[in-house]
Design a protein around this ligand. Structure first.
Ligand SMILES: [Zn+2]
Length: 93
């Protein structure tokens, strides 16, 4: 069997809400340094593309309430995708 694919593979998922349970993105607030978390199991990505950066939005309520700026910022992640042969007798781990 042979699999051919463009590299890097870029494609649209056409998924309005992509939840990724078990994946948590953490980043320090650029203003106060407190670590903030975005749990992709609860906060889905909207129409993400494969091998195209997706924005992750962070919010620091403490800085917002104290009128310190910035209290919102973004980071970017890349969703990779691969295709491989799997033997019927050898299920994915
Ligand atoms: Zn902050």
């Amino acid at each position: 069997m042979q699999i051919e694919s463009k590299s890097p593979l870029v494609m649209k998922l056409d998924v309005k809400r992509l939840y990724i349970p078990g994946t948590v993105i953490t980043d320090a607030c650029p203003t106060c340094g407190v670590e903030k978390r975005v749990d992709l199991g609860n906060y889905p990505l909207s129409f993400p593309n494969i091998n195209v950066p997706s924005d992750i939005y962070f919010y620091c309520g403490a800085c917002d309430e104290a009128d310190r700026r910035p209290y919102e910022w973004t980071r970017q992640i890349l969703i990779r995708f691969s295709i491989e042969e799997v033997q019927v007798t050898d299920p994915p781990a």
